[in-house]
Design a protein around this ligand. Structure first.
Ligand SMILES: Cc1cc2nc3c(=O)[nH]c(=O)nc-3n(C[C@H](O)[C@H](O)[C@H](O)COP(=O)(O)O)c2cc1C
Length: 439
């Protein structure tokens, strides 16, 4: 039997493609129209998606206003406010949110995810990020982003504290005995009393243990310390490999690190992000993609490339080859990928920028059949356990996936016909963690 895949929907903002809001028939205001977002998640749930993922950034995009003014990806809802509202209008689909280990505090993060997990009856997931946008620092009293290695050191300790706080109470601590008047058993409460290099948190958390024990742990950084953190802690990995070969190498590398931490590889699902554009023919799908890309102005394209490189390249000659770009304190993965692409395909600055302008990552562009073939190949060749789907424009691009691609995947036995359980851990086939203080 074919291996079945997991699918999450990348919804911050509703499309990551810079030109999405200009595509004919799309909802230009979708990022702030709750009615639209509600209809999207209900369609995703009807199609049995594992989760709706709300990424988060703590600043407007770090690009010049000439580019910023053209982008719908500049703004979107705060994840917890949105996901709490969406929890009330759905029943099964998982609700994943990003929270920053660099600019947030573990007590806040533990409470918010525990609350979302209770409100949604066990559907929450925490995407641990160290925050990619360096401009975020200026919104939190710092002149510069925290150094990359330091960010990951804090992230590791932050994870320890948050999961420790979730374990503050045993699952059966709240006896609520109306007769005796004892609400909870104090022997089943643990005071964390964490004092580490980075964090000092007493505890206990003022909320009962989450429905899932711990909300599902997600990790999205692919630098050396990012992979290490994933191998040690993550149950779900979001990533952006460019092609099948890169995905296989990443998959083998991260899963290969797990046994050193006493973890089995099947306790982690790796879901590369993929833009999916569907047509009646491959040519038609490619024409849709080209049309979508045509809505991206060069000012936006060069700004997106600058972000990927962590370096302002807007003053370079657009028609010359890309010179060597020094390493920075920004994302390591983006710079390495852009430099490799430019070298491999011998691209000018303009050509490379055009690739980055709309959506630079992996794309499946074709018919439901050709895309299912590609996805099946990725699964069977050990490149992924499913995908984080990026929609090209909404609602049509989402309807194409839920109404045309999902039935094709189901027909092949590659995707569920219905949810088998109720929690996100059930959907992903993940164990409920035992309480480290009350095993
Ligand atoms: C699917 C996906 C989702 C991501 N979501 C976020 C996010 O919500 N917020 C954020 O700051 N970074 C996000 N990132 C970026 C990563 O957290 C990380 O900064 C980036 O991959 C670079 O990793 P590195 O710093 O380990 O090199 C995401 C990356 C991927 C592939």
């Amino acid at each position: 039997m074919a291996k079945s895949m997991h699918l999450t929907a990348f919804m911050r903002p509703v499309s990551l493609h810079t030109g999405a809001w200009r595509y004919p028939g799309s909802y230009p205001d979708a990022n702030f129209n709750f009615g639209h977002i509600k209809s999207f998640i209900q369609k995703l749930e009807a199609a049995k998606f594992d989760a709706f993922f709300m990424a988060d950034h703590l600043a407007v995009l770090n690009m010049p206003v000439e580019a910023l003014k053209r982008s719908h990806t500049v703004t979107s809802f705060e994840p917890f406010t949105l996901l709490s509202a969406l929890a009330a209008v759905t029943e099964k689909i998982g609700l994943a949110a990003t929270a920053s280990t660099t600019f947030d505090e573990p007590y806040h993060v533990a409470r918010r995810f525990a609350s979302l997990d209770h409100i949604s009856n066990g559907r929450a997931a925490w995407n641990i990020v160290t925050t990619s946008n360096p401009d975020s620092a200026r919104n939190f009293g710092l002149d510069e982003h925290v150094e990359h290695g330091e960010r990951y050191k804090r992230a590791r300790e932050f994870y320890e504290v948050v999961t420790g706080l979730w374990d503050s109470f045993a699952d059966d601590a709240f006896i609520r005995d109306q007769e005796s008047g004892i609400f909870f058993d104090p022997a089943k409460m643990h005071v964390l009393a964490h004092k580490g290099d980075e964090l000092d948190v007493r505890g206990p958390l003022n909320i009962a243990r989450p429905v899932q024990g711990w909300p599902v742990i997600v990790q999205a950084g692919q630098s050396e310390p990012g992979r290490q953190l994933a191998a040690e802690t993550a149950e779900l990995v979001f990533c952006s490999p460019r092609d099948l070969a890169a995905a296989k190498a990443l998959y083998a590398d991260i899963k290969g690190r797990m046994p050193a931490f006493g973890r089995a590889p099947e306790h982690m699902k790796i879901l590369p992000a993929a833009l999916i554009v569907i047509g009646d023919t491959v040519e038609e799908a490619r024409a849709k993609r080209s049309r979508l890309d045509s809505f991206v102005h060069y000012d936006s394209a060069i700004a997106s490339l600058s972000i990927a490189l962590g370096h302002d390249v807007s003053t370079l000659d657009p028609d010359a080859p890309l010179p060597d770009i020094p390493d920075t304190n920004a994302s390591k993965t983006g710079r390495a990928q852009a430099l490799r692409l430019a070298a491999e395909e011998n691209l000018t600055v303009r050509q490379l920028a055009q690739r980055y302008g709309g959506y630079a990552g992996l794309a499946f562009v074709g018919t439901p059949k050709t895309i299912a073939d590609e996805m099946e190949a990725w699964l069977s060749q050990g490149a992924s356990d499913g995908f984080t789907v990026v929609f090209p424009y909404l609602p049509q691009g989402l309807d194409d996936v839920t109404q045309r691609l999902i039935p094709e995947l189901q027909r092949r036995g590659l995707f569920r016909h219905d949810y088998e359980g109720t929690t996100l851990r059930d959907h992903l086939g993940l164990q409920r963690p035992v309480n480290r203080f009350f095993a």
